[in-house]
Ligand binder design. Structure first.
Ligand code: HEM
Length: 214
């Protein structure tokens, strides 16, 4: 009885990520629905697959922000909701990786229509590095891998991965806004996210300076 009440206590927007597998399953379902809907609206040739690459990246973006900000939100606004978010950080990270892998598959299919996609330039190398981090972070998002890696190396991998992905988003959306002002929410969300991360880090430093040493 009590268990049912505890599960019901979470609204769906939190409960979909109660378990990593559940979060991955939901993300896969949403991403595949987005792929199907985009292809049926835009066609299955170059235009359609270009739109699929864009829309799959858009599915991944809010998941990245949620995983990127979970600990900062919990630090700045301690409470039941922020604790629930923090407890699901691993699930959110794996959900992001799932959406990002669908973005990768869409890119490979899009490249068969538009071979210049795989031309090796700075943007391609940056994106490829992003995928390397996504795979490495997903592969180490379990207790056994984290133990094997050790907390220092695990933290170094996940922090540098987050920073790299943040920079890729910043560069991509800055370029988008320069071409089309409708893209302003992307950079705005990134600036707000950076502000929250810095505020949470400052909050921690301040607390460690002001708390008495036992
Ligand atoms: C070599 C690796 C990658 C390639 C070849 C690639 C390719 C593409 C392509 C072809 C598009 C659609 C461009 C258009 O609209 O004309 C796109 C969009 C996008 N990609 Fe990737 N991508 C890569 C890696 C990544 C990574 C790692 C991230 C995330 C960190 C990412 C985030 C985005 C975003 C945010 C968009 C724009 C979505 C929008 O228009 O709202 N990409 N990518």
């Amino acid at each position: 009885m009590q268990e049912t009440a505890a599960i019901r206590a979470y609204p769906f927007w939190v409960a979909w990520a109660n378990r990593p597998r559940r979060a991955v399953g939901w993300t896969l379902a949403v991403a595949l629905f987005v792929v199907g809907a985009t292809l049926s609206l835009e066609g299955t040739a170059t235009l359609g697959w270009r739109a699929v690459t864009r829309h799959t990246a858009q599915v991944a973006f809010p998941l990245f922000l949620a995983a990127f900000l979970a600990s900062s939100i919990a630090r700045l606004w301690p409470g039941a909701i922020s604790r629930a978010l923090l407890a699901r950080r691993r699930a959110l990270g794996l959900a992001f990786a799932t959406a990002q892998i669908i973005h990768g598959i869409a890119i490979v299919i899009f490249a068969s229509f538009e071979p210049t996609t795989f031309e090796i330039d700075g943007a391609f190398l940056g994106g490829a590095l992003g995928f390397v981090f996504v795979v490495a972070m997903a592969a180490t998002s379990n207790d056994a891998a984290a133990r094997r890696l050790g907390s220092k190396a695990w933290r170094a991998l996940h922090t540098s991965g987050q920073v790299t992905l943040f920079v890729i988003y910043a560069v991509t959306y800055a370029g988008r806004v320069a071409e089309n002002s409708r893209y302003w929410p992307g950079p705005l969300l990134l600036v707000a996210a950076l502000g929250l991360r810095l505020a949470a880090a400052a909050h921690l430093t301040l607390r460690s300076r002001t708390l008495p040493i036992e």
